[in-house]
Write a protein that binds this ligand. Structure first.
Ligand SMILES: Nc1ncnc2c1ncn2[C@@H]1O[C@H](COP(=O)(O)OP(=O)(O)OP(=O)(O)O)[C@@H](O)[C@H]1O
Ligand SMILES: [Mg+2]
Length: 212
């Protein structure tokens, strides 16, 4: 028995965390056991890497290779320690960001070597390929407006959030390209709708894919 592995992707402020919170009770009501998790992070060690990679702000720069490898290290830990065991137990694993974030941010937006990043992702995840990826698409300028007024993070910007709008436009374009390459796995949902309308769209996809 293997559960289902679903990842949520999209630019900052798209509403990934909001939708995960709305979807979890919906799944539980239908008797589905869930693991809700996130990247970078998801295990104690991986959360330590998250803190380092997102909030490092001394004079020492974080080099692109370092950033990429820290995300990869967090992922390897997370997949082996949490995701694969949960899938073996037949759970729905819902993950806030995963491999496509690395391709969009460190690959497309930072001009990294896409083929190398794909190989690195494969090395870290092995057989834990998402069954479905919900790509929440929106204009990064709107995303920035949303995060600017998000109460939990007011005045707090991590290194990636602090990048320019042009950078975030490349992230968005990267995601859309990935969706074009893997239309079966990656389903685009417009994030420029109300949270309820997005939730409805997501549960339609879940109902159809997983027969729940
Ligand atoms: N559909 C929506 N329309 C307007 N505002 C929204 C919508 N969905 C979420 N928000 C609000 O926008 C802000 C960002 O949402 P959320 O934190 O869920 O985004 P996120 O994709 O998880 O962002 P991040 O990448 O920074 O983790 C929150 O304050 C949230 O309440
Ligand atoms: Mg979030």
């Amino acid at each position: 028995m293997r559960g289902f592995f679903i990842t949520f992707e999209g630019p900052e402020g798209a509403g990934k965390t909001t939708q995960l919170k709305m979807l979890t009770p919906w799944l539980k009501k239908r008797g589905c056991e869930c693991l809700i998790t996130r990247e970078p992070g998801g295990t104690p060690l991986a959360e330590m890497i998250r803190e380092t990679v997102k909030h490092h702000n001394t004079a020492e720069p974080v080099f692109d290779q370092t950033e990429l490898l820290l995300f990869a290290a967090s992922r390897a830990q997370h997949v082996n320690y949490r995701i694969r065991p949960a899938l073996k137990e037949g759970k729905f694993v819902l993950c806030d960001r995963f491999t496509d974030s690395t391709l969009a941010y460190q690959g497309f937006a930072r001009n990294g070597d896409i083929e190398f990043i794909k190989r690195l992702n494969d090395y870290c995840i092995g057989d834990c390929v998402p069954d479905l990826t919900i790509l929440m698409d929106l204009d990064p300028a709107n995303g920035r407006q949303r995060t600017a007024i998000r109460s939990e993070t007011i005045g707090i910007h991590d290194r990636l959030e602090a990048e320019t709008i042009a950078f975030h436009q490349q992230v968005r374009a990267g995601y859309l390209k990935l969706a074009e390459l893997e239309p079966q796995r990656i389903v685009i949902v417009s994030a420029e709708q109300t949270p309820d309308a997005i939730h409805e769209a997501i549960i339609r996809i879940f109902t159809e894919r997983f027969k729940i």
